[in-house]
Design a protein around this ligand. Structure first.
Ligand SMILES: NC(=O)c1ccc[n+]([C@@H]2O[C@H](COP(=O)([O-])OP(=O)(O)OC[C@H]3O[C@@H](n4cnc5c(N)ncnc54)[C@H](O)[C@@H]3O)[C@@H](O)[C@H]2O)c1
Length: 366
């Protein structure tokens, strides 16, 4: 039987959710779309029914009412980040599994409440770190799991993008401490997730500098940080929304004793370096792997949502944890909040740490 799915929040990213529902129409059926701005919900219904011609998709401006009337098995949440926690907790308590956009929340306490609620009510919670499903990332992860890197030494993520004034004008919540955070929390969270995932998921200490250089927002538009992992390995983060005049690159570089990989392109979508000690032996040389004609995807969101949603639906059916569970999704959040705390205190910050974007209010006010 198909899983009944519903979408809460029909803004900029929601087309990727609709795209995934369409691609997965053999296993899920969209029953409702919800947004207080009803025209947006209407647009999403049209987008879906163009490809999956059913007439039963209902439109709501109140997600609580939507849950009562439609009882979706799964909801996907794509509202402002600061609203994720309350909506997710309500949905989990009222019978739906939840796929939540990144970042899952804006404080460690809220993220933990989401995780605890899912557990208590025996529901699945997943977080949209869709770049984990990018083909070069999957290939790199496979190499890592086979031990081809040897011991991991250091890794770096660079997110050098442009989010101009118009981007912040379009939605006033962006760049606020209450609803979003800055470029590290919004744009760089995917890269930070990938970095910590590849380096062992065991960050123990963070030291950082962040700045609001030039964007008309409350939060940072630039940040850099050094992460220490329990293994002794080191992670480096460089993230900015200020690159002139347009997006330049999102690059993940990984260095082990027996392997070096760089995945670049606009959004970690192209392998640029692929060197392993066992490359000749197993016929996986850089010449074979590199594809100079590889194109960037049409948007920085890539193509991962469909794979992530498919895994989540399988997890529900098979009663297992989704690939990017709440616990996994919380790890990047915790690192970013530790970066914020390090900026605020001027000190290194040990993990685990409890922090909230709200504690950064006024940080860049002169
Ligand atoms: N995975 C990704 O690559 C990716 C990319 C962009 C944005 N995002 C995340 O997706 C979320 C949304 O971002 P966006 O750029 O689409 O924002 P947006 O402002 O374009 O859209 C948010 C929508 O949510 C609606 N909304 C607000 N409260 C609601 C409620 N109670 N019920 C239903 N709908 C409600 C708003 O009216 C708006 O239409 C953010 O958390 C953002 O960080 C993820």
């Amino acid at each position: 039987m198909k899983q009944k799915i519903a979408l809460i929040g029909c803004g900029r990213i929601s087309f990727k959710h609709i795209e995934a529902f369409v691609a997965l129409h053999d296993t899920v059926e969209l029953v409702a779309v919800c947004d207080p701005i009803l025209e947006r919900a209407e647009e999403k219904k049209v987008e879906y029914t163009k490809s999956v011609p059913i007439s039963s998709v209902k439109i709501f401006d109140d997600y609580k009412e939507m849950l009562v009337q439609c009882k979706p098995d799964i909801v996907t949440i794509a509202t402002e980040s600061g609203k994720h926690k309350d909506i997710a907790v309500h949905c989990l308590k009222n019978g739906s599994h939840v796929i939540c956009e990144k970042p899952m929340a804006l404080s460690t306490t809220d993220a933990q409440e989401m995780i605890n609620t899912a557990k208590k009510h025996n529901k699945k919670l997943g977080v949209c770190f869709q770049n984990r499903f990018n083909a070069p990332v999957v290939k790199t992860r496979t190499a890592l799991e086979k031990g081809r890197f040897g011991k991991m030494l250091h890794g770096m993520v660079q997110v050098r993008w442009n989010r101009n004034e118009n981007y912040y004008e379009q939605a006033k919540w962006r760049g606020t401490w209450e609803q979003d955070g800055g470029t590290l929390m919004n744009q760089c969270t995917h890269g930070i997730d990938l970095l910590q995932w590849m380096m062992g998921e065991d960050a123990v200490r963070v030291q950082a500098q962040t700045r609001r250089f030039m964007r008309p927002i409350e939060a940072e538009d630039f940040g850099c940080a050094i992460i220490e992992f329990a293994s002794g390995a080191v992670g480096i983060i460089e993230g900015t929304a200020d690159v002139y005049p347009k997006n330049l690159n999102e690059t993940l570089s990984l260095f082990g004793t027996n392997g070096s990989v760089v995945i670049g392109g606009l959004a970690v979508n192209k392998i640029e370096t692929w060197r392993f000690a066992d490359a000749e032996q197993i016929g996986d040389t850089e010449e074979k792997v590199l594809n100079p004609n590889e194109k960037d995807p049409p948007t920085v969101y890539g193509f991962g949502h469909t794979a992530l949603f498919k895994d989540f639906v399988d997890a529900v059916v098979q009663d297992r944890e989704p690939f990017v569970s709440g616990e996994k999704g919380k790890k990047a959040l915790e690192i970013i909040l530790a970066i914020y705390k390090s900026q605020k205190t001027g000190m290194p910050v040990d993990l685990p740490c409890d922090f909230s974007t709200l504690e950064m209010r006024g940080e860049f006010d002169a």
